[in-house]
Every structure is written in C-alpha cells, then in structure tokens.
Design a protein around this ligand. Structure first.
Ligand SMILES: *[C@@H]1O[C@H](CO)[C@@H](O)[C@H](O)[C@H]1NC(C)=O
Ligand SMILES: *[C@@H]1O[C@H](CO)[C@@H](O)[C@H](O)[C@H]1NC(C)=O
Length: 95
C-alpha cells in the first residue's frame, strides 16, 4: 500500500515538474497564461456547469480544441464534439 502511495506521489511530482517547465516557456507573456486545455471531459457535466458564458479554445501546441465552462470549482475543459456540450452552448454566450 505504501509503495502504491509512493508511486502516485512520484507521478504527481513528475507531472508538476513538467508543468513547471512548460510554464517557463510562457514566461515572456505578460499577464495571465492563456487558457489551455491538455485534456477534455467527455462525460456529461451539465449539472455542474454554472453561469451562461463559455470560452472556445483552438488547438495550439500541446493544447487541444476545447470548450471552457465554469463550475463552482473553477474552469472545466470540455470536448467540443460531445453532445452535452453542444446542447449547453446552444443556449449560452461565447465570450
Ligand atoms: C446530460 O445531463 C443532463 C442532466 O444532468 C441531461 O438533461 C442531458 O440530457 C444530458 N445530456 C446528454 C447528451 O446525455
Ligand atoms: C435558453 O435559456 C433561456 C433562459 O435561460 C430559456 O428561456 C430558453 O428556453 C432556453 N432555450 C433552450 C433552447 O434551452
């Protein structure tokens, strides 16, 4: 069990290291790092989405094409091709 926890910890640490190094390449950009999704949620998250606005992201670098919704926990990256996403954005405002 402790071995499992150790390997999960190592995985998280190595993810954090790679996330740091990709942040470094954006350091010359002033202001907040542009939003980027590397993974999108395919599952139906309709119940968690709050507000009436969404963002559309194009694929760029290691970022994938995505719709950003807001939930009470923050941003949510969603799959633009998922049916629940299409249903939701049909009645929301793109910003
Ligand atoms: C997603 O879930 C909502 C309720 O949470 C439901 O109204 C909607 O039909 C679902 N959409 C799909 C594509 O399953
Ligand atoms: C869109 O939302 C408005 C109010 O939030 C509602 O009156 C309308 O019926 C919705 N339309 C669809 C297609 O869900």
């Amino acid at each position: 069990m402790s071995v499992k926890i150790l390997s999960i910890t190592l995985l998280l640490v190595s993810m954090c290291v790679s996330c740091h190094s990709s942040e470094g390449t954006h350091r010359h950009h002033p202001g907040p790092v542009p939003p980027c999704c590397t993974v999108v949620t395919k599952g139906n998250m309709t119940a968690d989405v709050v507000g009436q606005i969404y963002h559309e992201l194009a694929a760029r670098g290691h970022c994938v094409k995505a719709i950003i919704f807001y939930t009470k926990d923050g941003k949510l990256c969603a799959d633009p091709d998922a049916q629940w996403v299409k249903d939701l954005i049909a009645n929301m405002t793109k910003v």
